[in-house]
Design a binder for this molecule. Structure first.
Ligand SMILES: Nc1nc2c(ncn2[C@@H]2O[C@H](COP(=O)(O)OP(=O)(O)OP(=O)(O)O)[C@@H](O)[C@H]2O)c(=O)[nH]1
Ligand SMILES: [Mg+2]
Length: 459
């Protein structure tokens, strides 16, 4: 710490403006060496949080760019340090040159995520909020963005803080019995059990809710499969709202995997159209069928399309066997055909206990139902009674929550069996340390470094 760091904080390439961010005790003095304001005043003569027009010039006095410079004094800045931001005119060359001059004037190039790391180290953000910053940048759907923003504002941190406080309270009860066995005596076992169970319930809800919320960030893989000619490519085209795949009346049209990213109720979904599965002598087609099998293995959900005009045939049964242990939605397509030879009843009888929707890819009917059915399968049923709002966690946070949960459950077990109290304390403190690992209160340095290494330079 201590030294002054600088980086281009806007994405590379041409833009309307580009921002060079400089942070550190001496940021204003360093920028003053290369900045010449229109009024001739130095940066420290301006008020903090003001915007000042002027020029960046090089060692020879040559003007490089006309810029707007803002100064944000500690502690009211992104990093909590003195921050100066130079708004350049977006051109890649001029911006790089300005950065170079700032570096020559005494700043050092920032490491990836170093601004946010300083914000964390200066107590401006906790670890959950720092991670929310990356997630906001990477958000692929509006829902993911909204959930990340909630975490930046402290939704997850607040819940974790309450859990931590409760655990510390429980610990104080336990420690009383350990430290003053004569005076305090045995702990109130029933109270301990109740309190621990309340914590367990909260952590379980958090874990379940965050798994649900996570699909909005990570998305899911949906693979459309079925025998040739049932309308798989037609369905992809309807979902993608464009002619993504070739559709013909010839069975075996699709040979390669065709993928598209679509959004179903705000969830990013990679939909893959596949070659119709059948025995074939055609070399290319059979390679396609092989690819279908690979795609099926990697699918989160299989949309298994059957044809209302042909009914269920041997091929359908074989495909069903192949996707036996997959989560699946059976779609009866071509329901617009007059003399259809397949009813929903029949399909339900053949494949008992399945999710089923009827559509016509040609007339685009039943698509809304299909999307709702998929959403339900992906997000799961939400308990309307659920008090906890949806909170998104990343893998690191999820693992730590599960580890904390494990300790709490062991503690409950210990309480039920009236085990020695100091053994139970090991678990309750273990739970606290996992919670503190999430918020960063007691995070290991290597874990912290790994998190910030994931950031981009300039953040
Ligand atoms: N009547 C009717 N015809 C449809 C419907 N959906 C698709 N078709 C027709 O069925 C034929 C096959 O459609 P595709 O979408 O190419 O079928 P596919 O399952 O991708 O076929 P392969 O790629 O060969 O496996 C085309 O002639 C489509 O126009 C539908 O809902 N109703
Ligand atoms: Mg096709």
């Amino acid at each position: 710490m201590g030294d002054c760091i600088a980086a281009i904080s806007t994405p590379p390439g041409e833009g309307g403006i580009a921002v060079i961010r400089v942070s550190g005790e001496s940021a204003p003095e360093i920028v003053d060496k290369v900045f010449m304001s229109r009024s001739g005043k130095k940066l420290h003569e301006f008020k903090t949080h003001s915007l000042n027009l002027g020029y960046i010039r090089d060692e020879n006095g040559t003007l490089i760019d006309e810029v707007l410079v803002s100064r944000m004094d500690a502690p009211h800045s992104y990093t909590g340090e003195n921050v100066v931001e130079i708004n350049c005119h977006g051109g890649a060359v001029a911006t790089r040159r300005c950065l170079e001059l700032v570096i020559n004037a005494g700043a050092r190039l920032a490491h990836p995520g170093e601004f946010t790391k300083r914000a964390f180290l200066n107590g401006r953000l906790d670890m959950v909020q720092a991670e929310a910053v990356i997630e906001i940048i990477r958000a692929r759907s509006e829902k993911a963005l909204a959930l990340s923003t909630r975490n930046l504002r402290g939704a997850l941190s607040k819940t974790l803080q309450q859990v931590e406080e409760e655990l510390i309270f429980i610990n104080s009860r336990i420690e009383g019995s350990i430290d003053f066995p004569e005076e305090v005596g045995e702990p109130d076992w029933l109270e301990l059990e109740e309190r621990l169970q309340a914590v367990e319930g909260r952590l379980q809800k958090l874990a379940a809710g965050s798994k649900r919320a996570r699909v909005y960030r990570d998305g899911v893989r949906v693979v459309i499969a079925g025998k040739p000619n049932v309308g798989k490519s037609s369905l992809l085209n309807v979902l993608a709202q464009k002619e993504r795949a070739i559709v013909t009346e010839i069975p075996g049209t699709t040979r390669d995997l065709i993928e598209d990213l679509i959004y179903i109720k705000g969830i990013p979904v990679w939909v893959t159209d596949t070659a119709g599965i059948r025995e074939t002598r055609d070399v290319i087609e059979s390679m396609g069928v092989e690819k279908t099998r690979t795609a099926l293995a990697e699918a989160d959900i299989v949309v298994f399309v059957v044809d209302a005009s042909t009914g269920i045939q041997v091929e359908d049964l074989e495909i069903m066997q192949q996707i036996e242990d997959k989560r699946k939605l059976v779609v009866i397509n071509k329901t617009d055909i007059q003399d259809r030879s397949l009813s929903a009843e029949e399909v339900r009888n053949i494949f008992s206990g399945i999710n089923l929707v009827e559509i016509s890819a040609l007339e685009e009917t039943g698509i809304e139902e299909l999307e709702s059915a998929l959403e339900k399968m992906i997000v799961g049923k939400k308990d309307p009674e659920e008090a906890e709002p949806e909170i998104m966690t990343n893998l690191r946070q999820e693992r730590a929550i599960e580890a904390a949960l494990g300790h709490v459950q062991d503690a409950i077990d210990g309480v039920k069996k009236r085990q020695p109290i100091d053994g139970i304390a090991v678990d309750t403190w273990g739970a606290v340390s996992w919670i503190e690992e999430i918020t960063g209160k007691a995070i290991r340095t290597d874990v912290m470094e790994r998190i910030f290494a994931d950031f981009c330079i300039g953040k």
